[in-house]
Write a protein that binds this ligand. Structure first.
Ligand code: FE2
Ligand code: FE2
Length: 171
């Protein structure tokens, strides 16, 4: 694999682990804030982010490349409200989308068609991530300060369970 492309893949692995850390930190805060359902939702997202990183890692191993594992930044640990958490989820996922798009452009520029095809799963996944975050922002805005609505919404988020994503092409 082209050196620059390999570097960008390694950077993306770091970003996915950072995402995992960010969601774990959000889960911690939400649990303390008395929102166990939203804490569960972000914990499941933490598990998803670990899977995103692991599948990128496995792909590079399959391609017989050496991954650079770098220091993971410390995530924020406090937010103003549950709505503020999900606004941060959306802005974070938009940055990840830009990063995945740049990585895909690198693959195209390097004429690495296999890498480009592999990254398609991640491109589509980002559409889902942004849609989920937007949906939750909309719902928490509707709930406002109404305790009944907030409790009902929180109990819906409590039902989310982790399903390991199947990423094609990792060998
Ligand atoms: Fe991710
Ligand atoms: Fe997802």
């Amino acid at each position: 694999m082209n050196k620059q492309l390999l570097n960008e893949f390694s950077n993306q692995i770091n970003k996915e682990y950072y995402s995992a850390f960010l969601y774990l930190s959000m889960s911690n805060w939400l649990n303390e804030a008395g929102m166990p359902g939203a804490a569960n939702w972000t914990y499941v997202q933490y598990q998803e982010e670990l899977a995103h990183a692991e599948n990128l890692f496995r792909y590079l191993q399959y391609r017989d490349e050496i991954v650079q594992l770098m220091k993971i930044d410390q995530p924020d640990k406090e937010w103003d409200s549950v709505l503020d958490v999900f606004k941060n989820v959306l802005s974070h996922e938009k940055k990840v989308t830009a990063s995945i798009n740049n990585l895909t452009t690198e693959a195209i520029n390097a004429s690495d068609h296999a890498a480009r095809i592999f990254l398609e799963w991640y491109v589509s996944e980002q559409v889902e991530e942004e849609a989920n975050a937007s949906d939750l922002i909309h719902k928490f805005k509707m709930a406002g300060d109404n305790p009944n609505a907030l409790l009902m919404l929180d109990s819906q988020l409590a039902t989310r369970t982790f399903v390991a994503p199947v990423v094609p092409g990792v060998g």
